[in-house]
Design a protein around this ligand. Structure first.
Ligand code: PEP
Length: 279
């Protein structure tokens, strides 16, 4: 089974001026100098270049928060994949629930955006997740399956492994209500199974993130789950303090599992002893 590099993404939403973005990244970079995780910052469009310029030669990747599926045209207010690539942006968040709910982003559009991003060389961070009503009605799996089948319909074979999938239950985003480890693991395992139904190799390689009110108290346990390869967080200052630490923790847990294969599959206990030891 391929080793999946942990992935930690901070979605800044419509926060931070260019100056604030620069200050944040300058403070972040020394803290993550040793990470082997993918650390991804998703600034607003206006701050993309400022973050790109600072992260050259570091482990940080930069992602846009949206893009249009067409390469150019009369689409006022939109940006295309090639425009992002021209800025040296490497990834793009697609299908965030705020875009689906507030800006009418549809699965039909996403079915075109995901392959357009891949074709341009951008790593799509595809967000999926159920509403509280859907969870209460035991429709979580049905929602995830509908979204993923639609959004990935035109992504074939090995390209599937290049998509990063973020499981973000809508009821957990920005609410302070986090999915339980059981809920997160169950949903992420279900997502991996769906990818596996299309391509078994891609299922083993694809990174699946959990997003929704990740906090210092629960990050280690969530990021230690078997099918959770990292997180998507709003990143308002929390990334350097907690999430990168826990990405490093996950790297150490994985290294320990490699040394002791019998321990594979064991979940990280919370509170984590390794974190208390200064991880
Ligand atoms: C998000 O907006 O993608 C998100 C996960 O936000 P929060 O961490 O605030 O729940």
């Amino acid at each position: 089974m391929p080793e999946r590099t942990p992935y930690l993404a901070a979605n800044w939403k419509m926060h931070k001026t260019v100056a604030e973005a620069g200050e944040f990244v300058d403070a972040l970079l020394p803290r993550i100098a040793a990470t082997q995780s993918d650390v991804v910052i998703c600034p607003p469009t206006t701050a993309l270049s400022a973050v790109v310029e600072r992260r050259y030669g570091t482990a940080v990747k930069v992602a846009a928060q949206n893009m249009h599926e067409e390469d150019s045209g009369a689409f006022t207010g939109e940006v295309s994949a090639s425009m992002l690539v021209e800025l040296d942006v490497e990834a793009v968040v697609l299908g965030h629930s705020e875009r689906r709910q507030l800006f009418g982003e549809t699965d039909e559009a996403l079915a075109r955006k995901v392959p357009a991003a891949l074709a341009a060389g951008l790593e799509p961070i595809l967000c999926v997740g159920e509403s509280e009503e859907a969870r209460d009605a035991e429709q979580t799996d049905a929602v995830l399956e509908r979204q993923l089948r639609a959004d990935l319909a035109a992504v074939v074979g090995t390209k599937l492994a290049e998509v990063v999938i973020a499981y973000e239950p809508i009821w957990a985003i920005g609410t302070g209500r986090t999915a339980t480890p059981e809920q997160a693991q169950e949903a992420c395992a279900f997502i991996r199974g769906l990818v596996g139904a299309i391509d078994a190799d891609a299922a083993a390689a694809v990174r699946i993130l959990y997003g929704g009110s990740v906090k210092p108290a629960n990050a280690a346990e969530l990021f230690g789950l078997d099918d959770v390869d990292g997180g998507l967080v709003d990143g308002l200052g929390r990334l350097p303090q907690t999430h990168v630490q826990h990405g490093l923790l996950r790297e150490r847990l994985r290294a320990r599992r490699r040394r002791a294969p019998a321990a594979a599959g064991r979940r990280c206990a919370a509170p984590c002893p390794a974190a208390q030891a200064g991880c």
